[in-house]
Design a protein around this ligand. Structure first.
Ligand SMILES: [Zn+2]
Length: 211
């Protein structure tokens, strides 16, 4: 279970779900994400919703999305629209119990990717991880540019030129970064999306602070 999920005190942020969604875009070939993202969601659902809850969500999905979720193939490319279909179904099903479930989904992805937990803050490792996340983003999604900037109190992730987008995707990304900070030993993490492409901004900017 992710550290974000286990955390006492302030809960992960609630999602902002208004904004313009683009699920396919002008070039369907780039509207793809890596299958590993479905793997993280499957793990999350079996932890949080159990076998029955997992089956209930699968039943709501189109055949293709259900297949990606039941049998995730980590290194295959899957339609972005399927990921959003799954995340929306998870959100609609679990939002009563977990209003911040989209952040928790992103956290589960980070948990799967990072594995280890640092006992105390290792800023060097955290900054390296975030830089790599930006540098190798095209291993996880076929669209957009991502760059990371260090700031006085943390860092900022700037995602631009997304051919496809959804506020649902942005909400899970925030949870991914929160969990990344926590797993590297950061305390009091804050991740705020201050600009968003779905709101017409030129990029999605995530301002991150930690101690
Ligand atoms: Zn955004």
């Amino acid at each position: 279970m992710s550290l974000l999920m286990q955390r006492k005190g302030p809960a992960a942020p609630l999602p902002r779900l208004e904004g313009k969604e683009v699920l396919v875009g002008p070039n369907p070939d780039v509207a793809k994400v890596k299958g590993v993202m479905f793997g993280g969601r499957k793990q999350f659902l079996s932890d949080v919703a159990g076998e029955e809850g997992f089956a209930a969500i699968i039943a709501k999905l189109s055949p293709k999305t259900a297949s990606y979720t039941k049998t995730p193939l980590a290194s295959s490319w899957c339609e972005f629209a399927s990921l959003i279909e799954l995340d929306r179904a998870i959100y609609e099903t679990l939002k009563q119990k977990h209003p911040n479930v989209l952040a928790l989904i992103g956290a589960a992805s980070a948990e799967l990717g990072i594995g280890r937990v640092y006992k105390s803050l290792d800023s060097t490792e955290l900054l390296k991880f975030l830089e790599n996340q930006a540098m190798f983003h095209n291993q996880f999604q076929k669209f957009g540019n991502v760059r990371f900037e260090k700031t006085a109190t943390g860092g900022r992730m700037i995602c631009s030129d997304y051919a496809v987008n959804s506020p649902i995707f942005c909400a899970s990304a925030a949870g991914f970064y929160l969990e990344s900070i926590l797993r590297h030993g950061g305390t009091d993490p804050s991740v705020v999306e201050t600009k968003c492409q779905t709101l017409g901004d030129s990029n999605c900017t995530y301002e991150m602070t930690w101690r």
